[in-house]
Write a protein that binds this ligand. Sequence first.
Ligand code: SF4
Length: 335
Amino acid sequence: MTASTRPDSIHARRPVDRDARPIVDIRGLHKTFHQQGPWPWSPRREVLAVQGVEFTVQPGEVVALVGQSGSGKTTVSRIVLGLEEPTRGEVRLEGQPWSGVAESARRGRRVHYQYVPQDAMGALDPQQTAHEHVIETLTVLGGLSSAEARDKAGEMLDRLGLGARLHALPREMSGGEQRRVTLARVLALDPRLVVADEPTSGLDPDRRESVLEALIGNLPPDAGCILVTHDMTEARGWCHRVLAMLAGRVIEEVDLAVAEPVHPYARILFDPWSAPVPRGPLATSGCPFCPDCALAVDGLELRCRADVPSLNPFPDGGPAHRVACHALAPDPQSS
Ligand code: SF4
């Protein structure tokens, strides 16, 4: 039995509709920030936070964005939700333009695209109970009557294991319970897309599992999900596809049920015992991983220093396996 057909695998639990219109369709995404130095006379410098990112999320699919701090994964997720505008490129949600659209035109659609914040405590009102949080979301955003919202909120909290905690205030809850209240608010709206930004950060392994079970186990069947994480165990256990990011670019896309990462940087991310995660400066031209890469030797090193590798199919039979590396997946047009 392959990993993809195990009854407990994410593929078995959440079938993906590959033929349907994507929930998220991102093309040629770039984002540049301008940063001022510490003094008024300091020059402003450009920070290329996202460079040429492209991917889709299909109905039913959970896609992980993984990478270290500063890799661009949070910026991508904020652009998907319309909290940042791209400098270039396009985001379409359910076939409709989303980036570059006036906020007045997006407002009616926002309820379908929900965000799970990393800081659950900061997202909760200290004066409101678990039940009141979800009721408020359903009346204000979901348009339900108070009676309908009360019933639906109670049902959702019960499904997430908080049936006995309806009247608890945030300070009376554990970290895992606070996360599940933020999830209940999002899931009660029957979203089409959920973007979860490190929803388990700071929790112990058991609580992490229960939070992800609550999130992914209660997503509507045809909804999409983007899970931003730096925990590779989560990506492996709960996601159909993983996009590993470095210096604002996707350097590998892989379905971990059928293939393992091959990019030397992605391999370190997934197996930090194999080598230390590089802490030194990344290259600013060519492949950003070049200063630490053991594959960039002999004649290849010059190319790695000069040319940014594009994301090309990796020939291991995995249908969605692509890697950005001159050594592992040379650009077909250059060979
Ligand atoms: S492109 Fe070159 S430097 Fe970058 S990962 Fe591949 S071999 Fe290493």
